[in-house]
Design a protein around this ligand. Structure first.
Ligand code: SF4
Length: 82
């Protein structure tokens, strides 16, 4: 699997780092509708391998791994900082 580097400008995220690097060890990009219908614990480590969520435009996608800085729920999804 490719060693992917994610650039992100959402600087109030727990996983955000200087120069706009994401430090999460795993992220889930999915459709906005999927994200809106799932709990905070539903994230990359628990997503089914056969999940498919097609969209038509980039505006319909989001990072489900986002969690605000200092949020009490930051460990609910089993994603870690690298
Ligand atoms: S987890 Fe998502 S929102 Fe947070 S820094 Fe990484 S890419 Fe950005």
């Amino acid at each position: 699997m490719a060693n992917l580097q994610v650039r992100c400008s959402v600087n109030n995220c727990h996983y955000w780092s200087q120069n706009n690097y994401c430090t999460a060890n795993n992220i889930l990009v999915t459709s906005d509708s999927t994200s809106n219908n799932k709990t905070a614990g539903y994230d990359a480590p628990s997503v089914p391998n056969d999940l498919t969520t097609p969209v038509q435009m980039s505006m319909e996608t989001c990072c489900k791994t986002f969690v605000p800085n200092n949020s009490a729920s930051r460990d609910m999804d089993n994603v870690k900082r690298q």
